[in-house]
Design a protein around this ligand. Structure first.
Ligand SMILES: C[S@@+](CC[C@H](N)C(=O)[O-])C[C@H]1O[C@@H](n2cnc3c(N)ncnc32)[C@H](O)[C@@H]1O
Length: 277
């Protein structure tokens, strides 16, 4: 059945826009009114509410408000992702950065790799990182590799943890990786233990004041997330990424994003790849 959607007045849209901005940092333009109607009308229906004003009051006053905020956030996030999205990032890791780190490890004895996939959606990005790292370091000994994968959308995190994908989602995954890193479960392919054991998924809101991680990262991937934020939120977040990177650590961003205005913090290496200054 086609969801007809509830009417959303301009005033109601402003209230929801402000609430979503406060909770997630996502900055909805005026053009996103239809999107709000399409994504939230189901919640109004599920709760037996008759208008967006009623839904707003529910989010403010109901004893269930905290749970419903989670539902609201899960509805408004955009989770589009793919395995090996922007393949050039993974090529750079496999052919350039990881071999250099491996050589350095042989020289110094330091064999730790820490990666953060921030805004990891349904897991394709951190699992692609895991496969790439396992391939790159497979001939090395004693490497301790950990990937932290975070998102604020609790439903998408459950999908990521399950790591079960339909065959067509695996189209960008090299064939030999499919046989090495996945197993079949009915119609789906499930990520195997080799990758799952080095990826940890956590709920984390990127606009929250401080991050709980104590140790700095070699690499941060934050791709196709900051495009939803305004300049103020984006720059504050990037400064925090900077402080959570090791000296000379690498920052990867999405194809339509740039850090050129932060030259004092990030040195441009190649398209959407930067190094901490
Ligand atoms: C378009 S997906 C990008 C996924 C992946 N990084 C990629 O490039 O394929 C954006 C993800 O950012 C998450 N996100 C949006 N706002 C966030 C916030 N304030 N804190 C944490 N994650 C957020 C969304 O839930 C969504 O899963």
């Amino acid at each position: 059945m086609i969801d007809q959607g509830f009417d959303l007045t301009d005033r109601e849209f402003l209230l929801f826009r402000e609430l979503i901005y406060r909770e997630t940092g996502i900055n909805l333009s005026d053009k996103k009114k239809k999107l709000i109607v399409a994504r939230l009308s189901k919640r109004l229906r599920a709760l037996g509410l008759e208008s967006f004003t009623g839904y707003y009051q529910y989010l403010k006053e109901s004893p269930e408000a905290d749970n419903e905020i989670v539902n609201l956030i899960n509805r408004v996030t955009t989770n589009k992702t793919d395995f090996f999205r922007e393949m050039h990032h993974f090529d750079f890791l496999l052919q350039d950065l990881f071999p250099r780190m491996a050589a350095e490890g042989r020289k110094t004895g330091s064999r730790r790799l820490r990666i953060w996939s921030a805004g990891c959606s349904s897991g394709e990005e951190p699992y692609s990182l895991a496969m790439t790292a396992l391939e790159a370091f497979k001939k090395e000994r004693g490497w301790d590799i950990r990937i932290l994968a975070t998102d604020l959308d609790t439903e998408i995190l459950q999908k990521a943890i399950a790591g079960s994908y339909p065959a067509q989602a695996l189209a960008p995954v090299p064939r030999d990786y499919v046989s090495r890193y996945f197993f079949r479960a009915g119609e789906n392919y499930v990520v195997g233990d080799a990758c799952k054991s080095i990826v940890a998924f956590r709920k984390l809101n990127l606009i929250n004041g401080t991050f709980p991680m104590k140790h700095p990262f070699d690499i941060i991937f934050c791709r196709n997330v900051i495009i939803y934020f305004d300049a103020k939120t984006k720059d504050a977040l990037l400064k925090r990424y900077h402080s959570h990177l090791k000296n000379d650590g690498h920052m990867f961003i999405g194809h339509s994003e740039s850090l050129m205005h932060m030259k004092d913090k990030f040195r441009f290496l190649k398209h959407t790849v930067y190094q901490k200054v």
